[in-house]
Design a protein. Structure first.
Length: 354
C-alpha cells in the first residue's frame, strides 16, 4: 500500500516570518535539512501531499499575486532536486470563517479520507503546529510536530525511515483464537503459548535463529486435534511477517541452508510476493512430543501462503526430532538475511515491486 506524508508549508518547509505571512521574496527561506530529508523519504517510498492554511488568501490583506510567485518558487526549487507533491491543498480562510477545510479539519483531504489504497499505519502528518498534530489524529495516522531544534527534518527522516518493523495479527475463527506479534529489528525472548509444547519449542528456534522478536498466543480446539492450531498459527505468523516487511525496500530478499547433527535440511527462501512451497522429506516417526510430523510441512506451507513467499525445503536424517528441528532452525536462518535491511532503500526486484 502507498505511504503518504501530509506536509505543512509555513514553519515546516519554509521558515515562518514574524508576521506569519510569506508575501515577499526577502521572507522566503527553506527550513534546514528539508531537501535532503525529503529526498531520503522519497527514496524510502513515501508520496508527498502539501496541506497548508493561508489565512485570508485572495483578500486585500493577502493577495493571490503575493502568494503565487513564492509558492511556485518553492515547488520549482524542490522539483529541481527531484521532489514533487502529488497534491497541494490550500485553505484560504481564516478561523473566523468557520470553514470545513481549515486544518485541523479534514475538508481539504476528503478524497484521501475516502481512499483505502494508502496505508494509515505507514503515513504521517508533518507540521509545526498543534493543528497539524490534531489533523493527524483526525486522519487516524501518526503526527510529527516539526521543531528545528527538538524534531528537525533529519530526525524526522530518521524516525520514519529507520522505524522498527513491527506487526500484530489477531485471527479469531470458530476453531482458534490467535494473536501473533513480530518485531523484525529487535530480538527478544520469545513468548509462546500454543498449547503444544514441542511446537512452542520449534517456534522459539525460528525466532532465535532469525534474530526477531516473536510472541504467539493461541487457544485452539486441541480436544479435537492439533491441525487447526498449527495451521492457523502458520497463517497468522506469515501474515505478521508480511505486514512488518511493508514494501520490502532495502531487504536482502533471499535465504540459505543449514545442517544439524546427522540431519540436514536445505531451506531456500525468496520473499518474492508469490506463494510457492515445495517439500521433500520423510520422517521416521509420526509424532515428536504432541506434534504430528505431518503438520511440519503443513505449517510451512501456511507460512508461505500468507507471507507470499517462495519456500523450498528438503530434509534427510534418522532422528525425527533433529530433522524437524533443523527445518525450523533452517527457516529462521534463511529468514535472517532475507529480512535484513542494507544501506540502500531500493526494492530488490527489477519489477520495482514485491
Amino acid at each position: 500500500m502507498r505511504k503518504i506524508l501530509f506536509i505543512d508549508r509555513d514553519g515546516t518547509l519554509i521558515t515562518e516570518p514574524f508576521d506569519q505571512q510569506i508575501d515577499r521574496l526577502d521572507k522566503f527561506a527553506l527550513e534546514p535539512d528539508c531537501v535532503p530529508a525529503l529526498l531520503r523519504l522519497r527514496d524510502a517510498g513515501w508520496t508527498f501531499v502539501m496541506v497548508t492554511n493561508q489565512d485570508g488568501l485572495g483578500t486585500p490583506s493577502f493577495r493571490e499575486v503575493e502568494f503565487r510567485p513564492l509558492q511556485k518558487l518553492l515547488l520549482d526549487i524542490l522539483a529541481s532536486q527531484g521532489l514533487a507533491f502529488e497534491a497541494v491543498r490550500v485553505c484560504p480562510h481564516t478561523a473566523a470563517d468557520k470553514c470545513d477545510c481549515r486544518k485541523p479539519k479534514t475538508g481539504l483531504l476528503t478524497d484521501y479520507v475516502k481512499d483505502v489504497s494508502w496505508s494509515r499505519e505507514s503515513s504521517a502528518v508533518i507540521g509545526d503546529r498543534e493543528t497539524d498534530v490534531t489533523l493527524a489524529q483526525n486522519l487516524g495516522i501518526r503526527g510529527l510536530r516539526y521543531d528545528r531544534k527538538a524534531l528537525g527534518w533529519a530526525e524526522i527522516a530518521r524516525q520514519l525511515v529507520d522505524a522498527p518493523r513491527r506487526a500484530t495479527i489477531v485471527r479469531h475463527t470458530k476453531e482458534t483464537k490467535i494473536t501473533v506479534s513480530v518485531d523484525l529489528d529487535q530480538a527478544a525472548a520469545a513468548q509462546l503459548a500454543t498449547g503444544i509444547g514441542f511446537f512452542d519449542h520449534m517456534l522459539e528456534q525460528i525466532a532465535k535463529n532469525a534474530g526477531i522478536g516473536l510472541a504467539v498466543k493461541c487457544e485452539g480446539d486441541l480436544e479435537i486435534d492439533e491441525h487447526h492450531t498449527v495451521e492457523d498459527v502458520g497463517i497468522a505468523f506469515g501474515a505478521a511477517l508480511k505486514q512488518a516487511l511493508g514494501d520490502k525496500r532495502g531487504v536482502g530478499r533471499y535465504g540459505f541452508v543449514l545442517p544439524m547433527d546427522e540431519a540436514q535440511a536445505q531451506v531456500a527462501l525468496d520473499l518474492s510476493g508469490r506463494a510457492c512451497f515445495t517439500f521433500d522429506g520423510k520422517f521416521p516417526r509420526e509424532f515428536v512430543g504432541e506434534m504430528p510430523t505431518e503438520l511440519v510441512a503443513h505449517f510451512f506451507r501456511s507460512v508461505s501462503d500468507s507471507l507470499l513467499a517462495t519456500l523450498q525445503m528438503n530434509v534427510k536424517g534418522d532422528n525425527t526430532h533433529h530433522m524437524v528441528e533443523t527445518l525450523f532452525k533452517g527457516f529462521g536462518r534463511a529468514l535472517r538475511p532475507a529480512i535484513a535491511r542494507g544501506a540502500g532503500s531500493e526494492i530488490p526486484s527489477t519489477k520495482g515491486v514485491l
